[in-house]
Design a protein around this ligand. Structure first.
Ligand code: SAH
Length: 407
């Protein structure tokens, strides 16, 4: 028999609709009252105004997302066994995915039934982010389950992102299990070698989500080389440690100019060139603001066959959509002006608040203002280890478009 439930969230009338569609978030504005003693991460029962059972959730007193659902099924018991099984399932599901890399997202929050938990694997190093009170409350159980399920003993925590502050949790990072991670961990993605700084790099150290799009960039370089009889001239904006740059070099790029505002990221980028056996002369690394750099390139008459635009999140919430839209338009417009006829633009947005339709409209506006004709060949997204939960459209944060300049 189930233990008596002491804690409960009761929703305002009508606010059960999204939960009935199995969307796993309970906004503070939907809550009529909270019954019982509840601390951050406590499991609570969620009921509609008319008393109907809706789900089991983790309570988060400080967040606008006041509860995150563990299960919509009343008979499910939220305990260590359930969470261990979810970790095992997350790891198992990735085993049959065709991911040709040892840099892999093992747990992707809500999509794996583990709200707010991110786990990335770099070779034998695990890196965690506990982004919710839900995940934070089960820290010890989750870490034990992860080392059991993967056989990896080294776990480093990067719970230092802005999302923790919104949950009222302190920003922390450090070793959770095993030893200190080396300053750079080597991973192999589609046969290319990359160095990852899990301690100080962005996010958990590397942009794993762009794996397949880096492969697309490589393929475009190969196709250009075959078609034109010489490798393409490439521009990689917001390059971080040069993932797209190395991919395009591997595809036969004649030259790649990579721009980022982080000197530290660029330094690792230059290391990647030698590590992958390419001549340094085929690359240039520029520490600059991309908004400024694109205008300077135009002023000196530069032109490129392939351009990658992978900016950071310009819209951190719905309040910033207008300003972000102007920034996306600006870089896309100025990139299109640098694109050779027949050239390709791979353009991305990782702002969750801007959906793919809006992003496409913004880029279409840039195409019009640039006075070029362009085709959209494909829409791009994150790899299969970042699956889109169909009931949680917000989880489709990374979207990209492959445009070709027609004339
Ligand atoms: N494409 C990369 C990931 C890019 S992340 C990859 O595949 O690994 C976004 C990058 O933009 C970060 O490296 C950040 O340092 C850089 N950045 C942010 N604002 C910038 C700006 N205004 N100008 C140049 N770089 C910027």
């Amino acid at each position: 028999m189930r233990a008596v439930t002491l804690s409960r969230i009761v929703l305002k009338p009508g606010k059960e609709k999204s939960l009935l569609r199995r969307h796993p978030w309970i906004y503070a504005t939907a809550v009529a009252r909270v019954e019982g003693t509840v601390a951050g991460g406590t499991t609570v029962e969620v009921r509609s105004a008319d008393g109907r059972f809706l789900g089991w959730a983790a309570y988060s007193p400080a967040s606008t997302i006041r509860g995150r659902i563990w299960s919509f099924v009343e008979s499910v018991r939220v305990d260590a066994d359930l969470l261990r099984e979810r970790i095992r399932a997350a790891v198992r599901r990735r085993e049959w995915m065709s991911v040709e890399s040892n840099a892999l997202r093992l747990v992707f929050g809500e999509a794996d039934g583990l709200p707010g938990l991110i786990v990335d694997r770099y070779a034998n190093q695990l890196v965690t982010q506990f982004q919710s009170a839900a995940a934070d409350a089960w820290r010890e159980v989750l870490i034990g389950a992860l080392t059991d399920a993967t056989g990896c003993h080294d776990v480093f925590d990067r719970s230092d992102g802005a999302t923790r502050a919104r949950e009222g949790l302190p920003e922390i990072s450090g070793v959770l299990s095993g030893g200190d991670p080396p300053s750079l961990i080597e991973v192999v993605e589609h046969g290319l070698r990359f160095l990852v700084d899990v301690r100080r790099g962005h996010k958990t150290g590397y942009y794993i989500d762009q794996r397949n799009n880096r492969r697309t960039a490589r393929m475009l370089a190969e196709q250009h080389a075959q078609r034109a009889g010489r490798g393409p001239d490439c521009l990689n904006c917001f390059c971080y440690t040069g993932g797209f740059s190395i991919a395009m070099l591997a595809g036969g790029a004649e030259h790649v100019l990579s721009i980022d505002s982080s000197a530290e990221a660029l330094r690792v980028g230059t290391e990647h060139v030698a590590l992958n056996g390419h001549a340094a002369e085929r690359t240039a690394w520029e520490e600059n603001d991309v908004f400024t750099a694109l205008r300077a390139l135009k002023a000196r008459g530069a032109q490129f066959d392939i351009i990658v635009l992978d900016p950071p999140k310009f819209a951190s919430s719905h309040h910033h959509v207008d300003r972000a839209a102007r920034a996306y338009k600006d870089i896309n417009l100025n990139a299109l002006r640098l694109l050779a006829p027949g050239g390709s633009l791979l353009t991305f947005s990782c702002s969750g608040a801007i959906d793919v339709d809006l992003f496409q409209k913004i880029v279409a506006g840039a195409v019009i203002d640039a006075g070029v004709d362009a085709w959209m060949l494909t829409r791009l997204g994150a790899g299969p280890d970042h699956p889109l939960m169909m009931t949680v459209p917000e989880s489709e944060y990374l979207k990209g478009l492959h445009l070709v300049r027609v004339n």
